[in-house]
Design a protein around this ligand. Structure first.
Ligand code: NDP
Ligand code: 2IT
Length: 446
């Protein structure tokens, strides 16, 4: 029955969403995990809960025309996929990257449903973005693009409807421009976006939250093996928001981070990466990771980013993009002594890579659970906006830690309950699905 269920729903998903391979991949993984839950709960099958979940409540695609500094006109495509309001308003980031198309936004939005359910906060799932490439653009061009993007998006979002935030290519600068335009168009000052600046409605810890949360989650995975971070070598792919704060927290807890990357190549520093240098290059100068070696003679730069998984480590934290670890990368990590993998990025491991990790006894923290600290802290930002109050750094950080601990517990318990002890992929999918499914049952066929 389980296998038949998976193949049946996937046939429809593939037929209805042709060419959207990342979305198919994300849907299949969840279908495989929750098939046993649906077997046990025939009411979910009868009410077609999963079949409804793979069909977004609403998908918006729009034209984004803007002018560059020379006055030349460009036309990009904007997306917002509003997947599920079963447990709260749509919530999820915006990605600006040339690779963005509907299939990427749909995989991200679909995963967001279950991730957000795990956070213990009341947020539904959505995602958006554009094929706009912010790289090499001036601040002025980025502002013009963000204003044009929001000139359409504003009519579809709102603090109780849909609350976007950042993702790849969307950080504090972009959220600022988007917020300014929303405010102007609607004549309201609300918590309609998260990741705002600290002086104008943002929350302390939101910048650090995904990376810190990842480390809090992996700490629990290590503790289950009677290990701490002390003395471990760690490889972190990417050098953006998630990667930087994962490195910072891992180092605070005693790890040595030996490698980081961007889409051009990777650096290895056997003395341990100096995160302040990376912050300067990436956050202030918006430069490339290869510039790191100019400041640190102990480091080398290697062109091409796949090779980063050949750098020996005990913990790997893929924090750049989807499908960045394939079967070969996973086998190399295992051969070199990797004992734990925590996904900072969304879906960074291919299904074949995940199988290698699980079969080899590597502790594996899937994205929906391990990187949920970012969106969880976004929910804490929404909460503070509603109260018109701000919590201290320590208060938000403590809440983030509590949430990551709860996510770990939910995943391990759900995996146990369904006979998959230690499989946090199954655990995260099952625990997230159960919460959403129960809410959908209670709310009727909508
Ligand atoms: P940033 O834009 O800050 O950084 C992205 C990093 O990943 C950069 O180093 C970038 O390199 C690299 N990267 C992006 N695309 C590719 C690619 N196609 N191939 C190789 N490297 C690439 O984004 P974030 O740090 O915010 O996001 C990183 C990952 O974490 C994404 O998967 C995102 O969905 C996920 N995530 C983010 C959260 C957040 O709160 N920001 C929350 C949860 C998950 P380059 O500069 O060369 O492009
Ligand atoms: O993938 C993610 O969880 C994010 N990019 C964060 C989304 C959010 O709303 O903070």
């Amino acid at each position: 029955m389980s296998k038949a269920f998976v193949e049946q729903v996937m046939e429809t998903v593939v037929a209805r969403n042709p060419g959207e391979t990342e979305f198919h991949q994300a849907a299949r993984e969840v279908a495989e995990s929750v098939a046993a839950v649906i077997d046990k709960n025939p009411q979910f099958a009868k009410m077609k809960v999963f079949e409804r979940l793979v069909e977004p409540e609403r998908q918006i695609i729009f034209r984004v025309p803007w002018t560059d500094d020379k006055g030349e006109v460009h036309v990009n495509r904007g997306f917002r996929v509003q997947f599920s309001t079963a447990i709260g308003p749509y919530k999820g980031g915006l990605r600006f990257h040339p690779s963005v198309y509907l299939g990427i936004i749909k995989f991200l939005g679909f995963e967001q449903i279950f991730k957000n359910a795990l956070t213990t906060t009341p947020i539904g799932g959505g995602k958006g973005g554009s094929d706009f490439d912010p790289k090499g653009k001036s601040d002025n061009e980025v502002m013009h693009f963000c204003q044009a993007f929001m000139s359409e998006l504003f009519r579809h979002i709102g603090p109780d409807t849909d609350v976007p935030a950042g993702d790849i290519g969307v950080g504090g600068r972009e959220v600022g421009f988007l917020f300014g335009q929303y405010k102007k168009l609607t004549n309201t000052y609300t918590g309609v976006l998260t990741g705002k600046g600290l002086d104008w409605g943002g929350s302390l810890v939101r910048t650090e939250a995904t990376g810190y949360g990842l480390i809090y989650f992996v700490t629990r995975m290590l503790e289950a093996r009677n290990k701490s971070w002390k003395g471990l070598d760690v490889v972190v792919s990417g050098s953006g928001n998630v990667a930087i704060y994962a490195v910072q927290k891992a180092q605070q807890l005693g790890a040595r981070v030996v490698a980081m990357s961007d889409s051009n190549g990777y650096i290895v520093d056997s003395k341990g990466i100096n995160v302040e240098t990376v912050k300067r290059i990436k956050e202030v100068e918006r430069g490339r990771i290869k510039e790191y070696v100019q400041a640190h003679a102990s480091a080398k730069y290697v062109e091409g980013c796949d090779g980063i998984w050949t750098v020996p480590c005990q913990v790997a934290l893929p924090s750049a993009t989807q499908n960045e670890i394939d079967e070969t990368g996973a086998k190399t990590l295992v051969k070199n002594g990797c004992i734990a993998v925590g996904e900072g990025a969304n879906m960074p491991s291919t299904p074949e890579a995940i199988k290698v990790f699980l079969d080899s006894g590597v502790s594996f923290g899937p994205a929906k659970a391990a990187n949920a600290g970012g969106v969880a802290t976004s929910a804490l930002e929404m909460c503070q906006n509603s109260m018109r109050l701000n919590w201290t750094f320590e208060e938000v950080d403590a809440r983030l830690k509590t949430i990551m601990n709860s996510i770990y517990e939910q995943c391990t318990k759900a995996a146990d309950a369904y006979g998959q002890k230690g499989n946090l992929v199954a655990g995260a999918n099952i625990a997230g699905f159960l919460k959403v499914a129960r809410a959908m049952m209670a709310q009727g066929l909508v």
